[in-house]
Design a protein around this ligand. Structure first.
Ligand SMILES: Nc1ncnc2c1ncn2[C@@H]1O[C@H](COP(=O)(O)OP(=O)(O)OP(=O)(O)O)[C@@H](O)[C@H]1O
Length: 350
């Protein structure tokens, strides 16, 4: 059994570590309780979901399935319909069309049956009473569950021990958000919805949230999250759904989505390389390779798979050296999830 421990390092101070405590006498688990014959099938099934606000169609016939026990990330530009979809799955909004099943149940009609089985972290850390103290709030939430996690452990994991006696309204935004995550998982749910769980968090807090998500997955809990951080989705998610204008535009594992057909060499440069310079660079490259701007001060070289190798790397760096251009962030290989996301949803602001 594994859990993420918030041991503080002596000199590093305040860094969080995930440890395997299988043989530890102090082992505590985040595992959801076993439920007979209830481990197979989908955690969430959305079929042809439509959500409208007046004339605005926020979700436009969206279908997807979340297998049990995976971390599932829903990605999309602002206004793509992610929150509308998640909140419909949480039972906070009614679908205007299509069907939503959560753990095989209807999230509105069967809300009472789902409540002890599903954890919900609201966007921007909502859900806690402003007047309550942090630990009090978490203990109160834990008291609604038959077999809750240890609230003190969660406070420790999320770096909230120092503010355990602080009133919720006096917590910083990031601390309130972490408390909201603790409240979502303290009841050992089978399924957790996290809407932008790391938005606005500092890097330490972000890593702490990642460790919680990884610990949940290790214990078989299904996690559905939304995020604008592509690196976060790439690191955490077993499966990714990209939505745009209320429709699914791609779904798959991060590895499958980023497996570009055409390998690429990418780099940034400390000087502007105009079209003429890029033509000059292309002329020095192995046959079939083409250098082009990738936007935002980045450049890319595409070509036949066999040509994306050491000779190409040498040619690019030699060309840069001849012109006193310093290349940086030089990488060869697959596209990132961010590339895929931008290709699918466009690079312009809408
Ligand atoms: N209560 C509401 N009333 C009217 N329009 C709404 C309401 N909630 C959302 N919308 C609209 O529906 C669309 C989808 O919003 P939604 O919040 O689901 O998107 P999102 O993908 O979660 O966006 P973000 O990444 O910015 O959080 C947007 O155009 C939004 O303005």
């Amino acid at each position: 059994m594994r859990y993420a421990s918030a041991r503080r390092t002596g000199s590093g101070g305040g860094r969080l570590h995930s440890v395997d405590v299988t043989s530890s006498t102090h082992a505590r688990t985040m595992a959801a309780p076993e439920r007979d014959g209830d481990t197979l099938g989908s955690a969430v099934e959305v079929t042809g979901l439509v959500k409208r606000y007046g004339a605005k169609v926020a979700v436009d016939g969206l279908s997807f399935r979340v297998p049990r026990g995976v971390v599932f990330a829903v990605l999309g530009p602002n206004g793509a319909g992610k929150t509308s979809t998640i909140e419909t799955c949480e039972g906070f909004r009614r679908a205007d069309g299509g069907q939503v099943r959560v753990l095989g149940l209807d999230p509105v009609r069967d809300a009472a049956a789902l409540r002890p089985r599903v954890g919900v972290m609201l966007q921007a850390g909502g859900g806690a009473y402003p007047g309550a103290r942090t630990a009090e709030m978490l203990r109160l939430t834990a008291s609604y569950s038959r077999n809750p996690l240890d609230p003190d452990l969660l406070l420790e994991l999320l770096g909230l021990t120092d503010v355990a006696r602080t009133a919720v309204r006096r917590l910083s935004g990031g601390q309130q958000q972490r408390l909201s995550l603790a409240m979502a998982v303290v009841g050992r749910p089978e399924l957790v919805f996290l809407d932008e769980p790391t938005a606005g968090l500092d890097p330490q807090a972000r890593h702490a949230v990642w460790r919680i998500v990884e610990a949940l997955r290790a214990d078989g809990v299904t996690v559905v999250l939304t995020t604008h951080h592509m690196d976060e989705a790439e690191r955490l998610a077993d499966e990714v759904l990209i939505v745009d204008a209320g429709k699914a535009v791609a779904q798959g594992t991060p590895a499958a989505l980023t497996r570009g057909e055409q390998p690429t060499l990418r780099f940034r440069a400390d000087a502007d390389l105009d079209a003429e310079a890029l033509l000059g660079l292309t002329a020095t490259l192995p046959a079939g390779c083409v250098a082009a701007s990738a936007g935002d001060g980045g450049y890319q070289v595409t070509g036949p798979p066999a040509a994306i190798g050491p000779q190409l790397l040498a040619a690019v760096t030699a060309w840069c050296a001849d012109r006193a251009v310093m290349p940086s962030d030089l990488q060869v290989g697959r596209r990132t999830l961010e590339d895929v996301f931008l290709d699918l949803t466009g690079r312009e602001l809408r």
